[in-house]
Design a protein around this ligand. Structure first.
Ligand code: P6P
Length: 344
């Protein structure tokens, strides 16, 4: 069994990270993940369930574990010396690590420290989603050019799922690999090599409670999934956990599609482009699948601001393409709604 550290170090030879700085950065993230995993697993016993009493930039009530997880990643990235700046779902502004910049840190990390935290109390798997970019500027100050990079510039996209087992899944553009955490020795071990998303899948994942607000193209796709056509394994199965990482991880292993669309009320949907959609889209594409906003490839979208939202259609290639075809046929206006909201 290969450990995460051995695997990263081996990858270094492939990707010319000769200096080992990227390897150290990914290791720093894995260390914070182990601490968050410990806290998540004993939350009910440590009095750290429930709300923190504050709200984040999203206007969402912060759970105690949101704050704890955010602080752990800030500490790990700040102390690790490889990260020049961090964008977090829990912080309105960019977190700049001056000392690291002075030490010539080369990387920017965009992170959702604990996605799905509303599920903590009911023991549903939650997780951390992260994206790693190289700095564009080289001066002493971080510029918006550093933090607003399209997904095509990504160095690494990954997530940690704190579930029945804790796994770290990531890609640097050479396929997707999964590492299972062994708590008895505190090590992530390679357990899922070169992960691929089956195509087509037979699972669709969407919150159908919002059906009446969905674009007609999404409504038609849902009805398509429910039609009786054994030759295409329909009707599909519906599964919606309410935790992006859990729904995505299941589809990564079994095939399927996850959709969080825009609506007339919220044309850009709910999910955040920089630290949710882009890293998951990089993983999906590297696993042979597809990710779009219903019209455009997620990785091609140029972010306009750090907490920008985006609709997300992600999973088995032919399933995403079918949903995109219905969006083009029945809801082309949503492309304009969303683009205008981006500028807001
Ligand atoms: P809804 C969790 O809050 C999250 O960001 C994703 O993890 C999840 O898929 C989605 O929101 C759930 O949102 O509106 O269906 O409850």
């Amino acid at each position: 069994m290969k450990t995460l550290v051995e695997f990263i170090w081996k990858q270094r030879e492939k990707f010319g990270h000769a200096t080992g700085e990227f390897s150290h950065l990914l290791n720093d993230i894995s260390i914070a993940a182990k601490i968050v995993n410990r806290d998540v697993n004993r939350a009910g016993l440590a009095g750290i369930l429930g709300t923190h009493g504050s709200t984040n930039v999203q206007g969402e009530s912060q759970k105690k574990l949101d704050v704890i997880a955010n602080n752990e990643f800030i500490k790990a990235l700040g102390n690790g010396k490889q990260c020049a700046a961090m964008i977090s779902e829990e912080n309105e502004d960019v977190i700049v690590f001056e000392d690291n910049i002075a030490a010539n840190a080369k990387y920017i990390v965009a992170i959702d420290p604990l996605d799905g935290s509303s599920n903590i109390e009911v023991n549903v798997p939650i997780g951390t989603i992260f994206a790693i970019y190289r700095r564009k500027s080289m001066g002493n100050t971080i510029t918006m050019e550093d933090v607003l990079q399209a997904g095509t510039e990504l160095v690494c996209g990954g997530y940690i799922i704190y579930g029945s087992s804790t796994m770290l899944v990531y890609t640097t553009g050479d396929g997707v690999n999964g590492f299972t955490y062994d708590p008895t020795c505190g090590i992530f071990l390679l357990s899922h090599e070169n992960m691929r998303i089956k195509d087509p899948g037979t699972i669709y994942s969407i919150n159908e409670a919002n059906y009446i607000y969905f674009p007609d193209g999404v409504k038609k796709y849902i009805k398509y999934c429910q039609e009786d056509d054994p030759s295409t394994n329909r009707p599909y199965t519906t599964r919606y956990i309410g935790s992006l990482i859990s729904d995505f991880h299941r589809n990564l292993l079994r095939g399927g599609i996850y959709i969080y669309p825009g609506t007339k009320k919220n044309p850009a949907g709910k999910l955040r482009l920089l630290y949710e959609c882009i890293p998951m889209a990089f993983i999906a594409e590297q696993a042979g699948a597809k990710a779009s906003d219903g019209f455009r490839r997620i990785l091609d979208i140029q972010p306009e601001h750090i907490h920008q939202r985006s609709p997300l259609f992600i999973g088995s290639r032919s399933m995403v393409e079918k949903a995109e075809a219905f969006m083009a046929e029945l809801s082309p206006e949503f492309f304009d709604f969303y683009s205008e909201s981006e500028k807001a």
